[in-house]
Design a protein around this ligand. Structure first.
Ligand code: CTP
Ligand code: CA
Length: 224
């Protein structure tokens, strides 16, 4: 078995992946979240494991399973928790793929008791969450750092902006314009935008195949 393992393209590589939404607490029974299923990141983690990598998956609340794969899964809830897990595993990683849909805002002072309804409007004050990926980009040394971008307009321009601002090696643009792509779906249509080279446009595929495309892009274009 060892012989076969050694021939796998990601044998012995340490791959750190984030997946899923984050939940930001409003009170003990409520949260602000998003529709991310976690499928894309979990497929990346599974595919990396199949390809011989040593995988750590930091996963927000998701019903998707990753059992039966050689994956160290760390379940988190909030963006702050995700940040601290990503930071503690970052230095020791070779490839870091941030596919989680991190909440951009969190509740300023979550209530410690359940908020009761009243006659008036409910106002919840939000403050910015830290940008996890940008923070990793600032700490980057040898890691291949990959982000995702979801845009509804000017997608190339916005995605390129994120690639630069977050100091990434490449960014995976998710095209929402396509009927087959997006949250909660089994398929995705991506474009990979890297620092040097033309964008690579892929056709809509299921998320297992998209995960394989992303990992192949790394194996083919970077020294790992
Ligand atoms: N990201 C992150 N921490 C955040 C927000 C986003 O690490 N607080 C990461 C996402 O995981 C993704 C990349 O940054 O890999 C881009 O996320 P996206 O939501 O598309 O971009 P933002 O920078 O949040 O900008 P905006 O939502 O305003 O377009
Ligand atoms: Ca965002």
């Amino acid at each position: 078995e060892n012989h076969i393992q050694k021939n796998l393209p990601l044998f012995g590589k340490k791959v750190l992946v984030s997946a899923g939404p984050t939940y930001e607490k409003i009170d003990p029974v409520r949260f602000i979240g998003n529709f991310s299923s976690g499928k894309m990141g979990i497929e990346i983690a599974k595919n990396a494991a199949k390809n011989g990598a040593d995988v750590t998956l930091v996963c927000g609340p998701s019903k998707e399973k990753s059992d039966g794969y050689n994956i160290q899964r760390i379940d988190v809830v909030s963006a702050e928790e995700m940040k601290s897990e990503m930071e503690s595993h970052f230095e020791n990683s070779d490839i870091v793929i941030m596919s989680a849909a991190v909440a951009d805002y969190k509740v300023i002072n979550p209530a410690t008791e359940k908020i009761k309804k009243s006659e008036s409007e409910l106002i919840i004050h939000l403050t910015k969450n830290p940008d996890i990926l940008k923070g990793l980009g600032e700490k980057k040394t040898h890691q291949i750092l990959v982000g995702f971008a979801l845009e509804t307009n000017n997608e190339m321009e916005f995605a390129k902006g994120k690639l630069e601002k977050k100091n990434l090696d490449f960014i995976v643009l998710n095209s929402l314009q396509d009927e087959e792509a997006g949250f909660q779906k089994d398929t995705n249509k991506i474009t990979i935008i890297s620092r040097n080279g033309e964008p690579v446009i892929y056709k809509a595929k299921n998320k297992t195949e998209v995960a394989q495309d992303i990992l192949n892009f790394i194996v083919e274009n970077y020294k790992i």
